[in-house]
Design a protein around this ligand. Sequence first.
Ligand code: ZN
Length: 157
Amino acid sequence: MRGSRQVVDYSLQKRAVLRELLAGRVGTYDVCDASPYLKNAARFHGEPTEERCPICRSENLTHVHYIYGDELKQSAGQARTRAELPALAMTLREFQVFVVEVCLGCDWNHLVEQYLLGRDGPTDGAEDGPEQDTVGGSGVPGAGTGPAPRRRREAQR
Ligand SMILES: [Zn+2]
């Protein structure tokens, strides 16, 4: 999304899960476990995609955008439509967006990416700043929860 920064791409992790599934080391029950909340969020706030579900191949994936950040107060952790994000980015200094893909057919779900939005960011066209954690690890969900590598673009093939 325009103006997004500190983007973390989870496609490597997703491919790893799909490999495990193909190899039979995990079952579909383990990965097709979308909660009723997630599925409702997908129905009401989801962004339809043209991408087929990698598991059942009969439904298209829906992207759900979850927002987190201290400024959001009680809205933190809620799902928002993608169309609502630019307005939020104008009014808030900084908030975190987590994009989750969901299949409403078989309940497959996986994190797609996370990024920061908000007024504090560099203006359009600005170079990426130095690799510094500007949030200082102050209670950002996702930070330190598992092996989420930052900026692994160069490792993707
Ligand atoms: Zn599916």
